[in-house]
Design a protein around this ligand. Structure first.
Ligand code: SF4
Length: 409
């Protein structure tokens, strides 16, 4: 049976005082130029956009990590503070044919490309039936290209079929970009598309398609995509219907730190209004087979800052995820000390980032995920799509890293 995990506890309702903070961290932060953020995290006061930029531009990575870790703990009930979540999920990408032309995309193919593929509903069902662990799956993650031959009717049929054959699996499907495309092709509103797919079995929306909200960057790299405002509106509509969602940010497109922070603040504003975002997922771009200059590639430090600053800014979104496929397994593990509390999942056959050159595995086993978490000194928790707890895994006594972390605090 699944236990519901509290999504968010406001800082004021968690019993922490300055004295409960690791005293060495407290001493360090009090003397740091970022002491203003330390005081705000302790008091639960919101970090402003200007302050977030100042934190982002600081070179004191350790102070930034300490701040984010403190913020994470203060918005999490004490009994959950050591948890790191993952979900047993399965990615389904019904086609790679897409009529948009995002410059960072290496997944999309034209309809005549020898690499183009289209999966029928039966093809998808057959693929999932062949997956040996489909009986313990928690989530289907369905995203695809914008292909008008696969319209609303196709996805309605697909979701009904998945619900019929795998009733235990939550369907997270279709980015806001795809929802708007299906609506335009069908000549209906996005509300009609959301309602139709919800009735067919859709339970939440993935956070893709947000890219970078900056109008300057969108005009450069994805000018035929929906605007940032439209993306936020679709999520607001989904939240109003009781559908949860996640949100992403694709960095490494040539944006500035100010534009990354602006992206986070716009999400915070939407969350204040509609409240349905469960998780924020900072992603980084890869550069094989696409038109973005690799000189924009993020450093490891920038990846860690994206985790930490988003944890500090998004005081109303419960979880920060390191999608190990994009960020890499090692940086994701370090991210657990920079505000991250979620590592996504088993994934199974990731196609989108791998077509752009990420060198991570296409699949992690549950054993591998548990080990990553334990060796970072945390407790591994399998969750469902809505952060209900399915199983808690304490590490074996001889796990290198876990017990040392608890010895030294
Ligand atoms: S990112 Fe999505 S919308 Fe853009 S070209 Fe690729 S598949 Fe199409």
């Amino acid at each position: 049976m699944t236990m519901a995990a509290p999504l968010l506890t406001k800082p004021s309702s968690v019993a922490h005082t300055a004295q409960e903070v690791n005293p060495l961290h407290a001493q360090y932060l009090q003397q740091s130029p970022l002491h203003f953020a330390y005081e705000k995290v302790l008091s639960g006061e919101r970090i402003t956009q200007q302050e977030a930029v100042k934190i982002y531009n600081s070179h004191d990575l350790l102070a930034i990590g300490m701040l984010a870790d403190l913020a994470r703990k203060r918005m999490t009930p004490p009994e959950l503070q050591n948890h790191v979540y993952w979900v047993h999920n399965f990615h389904i990408n019904p086609t790679n044919i897409c009529e948009a032309s995002c410059k960072f995309c290496s997944f999309k193919k034209g309809p005549k490309s020898p690499l183009a593929y289209v999966m029928s509903v039966d093809n998808v069902l057959e693929m999932v039936h062949k997956y040996p662990q489909n009986d313990t799956l928690s989530e289907f993650h369905v995203v695809s290209g914008l292909y008008r031959e696969q319209g609303l009717e196709y996805y309605e049929t697909l979701f009904k079929a998945l619900t019929r054959e795998f009733p235990h699996v939550h369907i997270k499907g279709m980015t806001a970009v795809e929802m708007k495309f299906l609506a335009d092709v069908a000549g209906v509103s996005t509300e009609v598309v959301l309602k139709t797919l919800k009735d067919a079995g859709l339970r939440s929306l993935p956070g893709g398609g947000a890219e970078m909200f900056s109008e300057r960057i969108r005009a450069e790299v994805c000018m035929d995509k929906i605007t940032a405002t439209e993306w936020l509106d679709v999520h607001g509509q989904a939240h109003a219907m009781g559908l949860s969602s996640t949100a992403t940010m694709l960095a490494g497109l040539g944006e500035t730190p100010e534009e990354r922070v602006e992206h986070m603040v716009r999400l915070r504003e939407q969350q204040d209004i509609s409240g349905g975002f469960m998780t924020f997922i900072p992603l980084n771009c890869y550069y094989d087979n696409n038109k973005i200059d690799s000189k924009h590639a993020l450093t490891g430090i920038e990846n860690l800052k994206n985790f930490a600053v988003s944890r500090l800014v998004l005081d109303n979104i419960p979880h920060i995820k390191a999608f190990w496929v994009h960020i890499g397994e090692k940086t994701s593990q370090v991210g657990l000390h920079f505000g991250v509390d979620d590592l996504d999942g088993t994934v199974v056959q990731e196609k989108i980032a791998h077509s752009a050159g990420t060198e991570t595995s296409q699949h992690l086993t549950q054993d591998e995920l548990r080990n990553m978490i334990w060796k970072a000194g945390r407790v591994a928790v399998e969750r469902d799509s809505l952060y209900g707890i399915k199983a808690i895994y304490e590490p074996p006594a001889d796990t290198v890293g876990y017990h040392e972390a608890h010895t030294f605090g």
